[in-house]
Design a protein around this ligand. Structure first.
Ligand code: PFF
Length: 470
């Protein structure tokens, strides 16, 4: 057994601090904004079912592997992979996995920040009572006006990047714990209020059926691998913050005593519950007000304000909801910056403030692409059987969630379960050679990698070319 490292960036103050911070990273726009609109675009119940299977069979095992690598390496993901590869007698090229994560992190943050900017805008709109008695047409119009104005989008995007830079430059550990401790329960309560409203709408049961009962007939003209499995897999990676080093760097601050297994299950359960609750709150509104489930990235910004406009104390609940959503996005964006910032501190000897500022400027500049994707540069194309209307934003989103994160996760699984010595992983997971350990090892060794590979090959049509499938 090699000597245990310590991180130069410090450690979480307690086991709960890690769970809270990692949940803060996982729960964000991915759960409340992205999950419902993808479910609506990709067939409702079938997508949700496949998503849940991906979380359990691929997501959780890979999350455990990623945290394990982080805690063993105790540095930025790039240097962690470099050290662990050296320790196991493997090629130093493994640090490219860390680099891929840094690139993915910048791209995700660049558009994440623009969407978080919409949330900021909606705090003020809802707070000003703009949605009182709003109908679907009005809500749609408000949203379209916002996204067609690049200057406004740019202003909100800039504010959000600055907010993220300020927190990360101070070190992510102080403050995050306290913020998440209050935020998560509050967000959960507000989602329950929203679900309460959804229950009072005429078409509540239609929303529930749409979300939880797979309609396989509707899938007849879809390619199951490319149109359902690939986006569901991508969403599992995106939502759990895995495959790009975010959870790895959080793992690097984790105390040696803390149970990786318990932590991962807690995080995944919290993350999945928030996504499902968001779906339950949104789809009944979609059906009751005659909106399109496949409404795209604007879905929650169009549906929820209608609910706030109708329900008692809607202005209060609505404003609070968007504030909490903003916090949730904030605690996620922090983890998107952290891998790059720690690398700059470790390898370029920079202060945290300078490193974070540089990283923030890169993400800000890249975000201009997304700002323009909704107006001047908008173009449409078809992906997974869905017409995507926001050109480069959609390409950034597909490239990261459906390609870079799964490849990152695949490499993490291969490293942890095929290349690292069994004794290192037994030592790190602390489960001994129990059934739980063996189940984990089986999942990361076989299920997760083959799942990702088979989905990829099918999605790019390789099996078809080779004549394996019709
Ligand atoms: N998991 C976050 C969300 O669901 O909003 C987004 C995210 C954070 C993705 C960190 C990836 C990541 F590394």
């Amino acid at each position: 057994m090699t000597a245990k490292r310590t991180s130069i960036h410090g450690q979480w103050s307690s086991r709960w601090a890690f769970i809270l911070a990692a949940t803060g990273s996982a729960v964000g726009l991915g759960n409340i904004w992205r999950f419902p609109y993808l479910a609506g675009e990709n067939g409702g119940g079938a997508f949700v079912l496949v998503y849940l299977v991906c979380v359990v069979l691929v997501g959780i095992p890979i999350m455990m592997a990623e945290i394990l690598l982080g805690r063993r390496g105790r540095q930025s993901p790039i240097n962690t992979m470099d050290s662990l590869a050296a320790e196991e007698g493997l090629s130093r090229h493994w640090h490219l996995l860390g680099w891929m994560g840094v690139v993915a992190g910048f791209i995700i943050l660049s558009y994440y920040s623009v969407i978080a900017g919409w949330t900021l805008a909606y705090i003020f709109r809802t707070g000003a009572g703009a949605f009182v008695d709003a109908d679907a047409a009005f809500s749609k119009q408000m949203f379209t006006e916002l996204i067609s104005d690049p200057e406004r989008l740019l202003a909100w995007h800039t504010i959000f990047i600055v907010m993220s830079v300020v927190i990360v430059s101070r070190g992510v550990k102080s403050g995050l714990e306290r913020a998440v401790k209050f935020l998560m329960p509050a967000l959960l309560i507000l989602l329950l209020v929203m679900v309460g409203y959804a229950m009072s709408t005429e078409r509540f049961m239609d929303g529930i059926t749409y979300l939880f009962v797979p309609d396989f007939e509707q899938l007849a003209d879809k390619n199951f691998f490319a149109d359902i499995l690939l986006p569901a897999l991508g969403q599992a990676f995106f939502s759990l913050s895995i495959g790009m080093g975010a959870i790895m760097i959080y793992g690097s601050y984790l105390s040696q005593k803390s149970s990786i297994t318990f932590n991962c299950f807690s995080i995944a359960i919290a993350d999945t519950s928030v996504a499902l609750l968001a779906g339950v709150a949104i789809f009944p509104i979609v059906f009751t007000y005659g909106l399109e489930p496949a409404g795209g990235p604007g879905l929650i910004f169009i549906t929820l304000p209608i609910a706030f406009g109708q329900m008692p104390f809607g202005t209060f609940f609505g404003t609070l909801f968007f504030i909490l959503l903003l916090f949730a996005a904030w605690t996620s964006s922090i983890s998107l910056l952290e891998p790059a910032v720690t690398w700059l501190v470790e390898n370029r000897n920079m202060s945290r403030v300078k490193a974070t500022t540089i990283a923030g400027v890169i993400a800000w500049l890249l975000g201009l692409v997304t700002v323009l994707s909704f107006n001047h540069w908008a173009f449409s194309f078809s992906f997974a059987g869905v017409i995507k209307e926001n050109g480069l934003f959609d390409i950034f989103d597909i490239l990261t969630s459906n390609i870079l994160l799964p490849i990152g996760g695949l490499l993490v699984a291969i490293f942890a379960a095929w290349l690292m010595s069994r004794s290192s992983t037994v030592d790190e997971l602390g489960l001994g050679d129990s059934t739980a350990y063996q189940a984990w090892r089986f999942a990361v060794r076989y299920v997760a990698p083959f799942g990702v590979i088979v989905i990829f090959l099918n999605a790019i049509g390789v099996f078809k070319l080779l004549g394996f499938v019709e």
